[in-house]
Design a protein around this ligand. Structure first.
Ligand SMILES: Nc1ncnc2c1ncn2[C@@H]1O[C@H](COP(=O)(O)OP(=O)(O)OP(=O)(O)O)[C@@H](O)[C@H]1O
Ligand SMILES: [Mg+2]
Length: 120
């Protein structure tokens, strides 16, 4: 069993959320948190097209999908996100990967991987 717990943040275009969510469910992702956020990458929000027009402001609407996994391989999450989200255009998004120190399932007090995995 894998004792490592990993948090993966995927920040991408809002219109990709449904497809990304479905693909992550498909590979057995163990939970997720989704937020509407504003952000910019190296272009600082310029030169990027959103809904057919070039934005002249610095922060563009994005979605952030946060998922914490232990049984599902991190590489699988990364590959799935890449497959779904890569158009080759600026603004496709970014993925950040963190080692997580701990997790607690509040209902049971379970910690670590037991807090993430489905008990069945
Ligand atoms: N260094 C960063 N730190 C925190 N958030 C970031 C960073 N880079 C990108 N993001 C977030 O990811 C979103 C998408 O970034 P984006 O895809 O434009 O990255 P990029 O590095 O500029 O790549 P590209 O050249 O393909 O546009 C940003 O709007 C922002 O919310
Ligand atoms: Mg960019």
């Amino acid at each position: 069993m894998n004792d490592k717990i990993t948090k993966i943040d995927i920040i991408t275009r809002p219109e990709m959320l449904d497809e990304l969510k479905a693909a992550l469910n498909e590979i057995g992702v163990e939970g997720m948190t989704v937020s509407q956020v504003f952000g910019c990458g190296v272009q600082k929000g310029h030169k990027e097209i959103y809904r057919g027009r070039a934005y002249d402001i610095n922060l563009l609407p994005k979605v952030k999908v946060e998922t914490v996994v232990c049984e599902v391989p991190v590489e699988k999450v990364l590959n799935t996100a890449q497959e779904i989200l890569c158009t080759g255009e600026h603004g496709d998004g970014k993925i950040f990967v963190y080692e997580l120190a701990n997790a607690v399932r509040i209902r049971t007090g379970q910690q670590g991987t037991a807090a993430i995995i489905d008990e069945k």
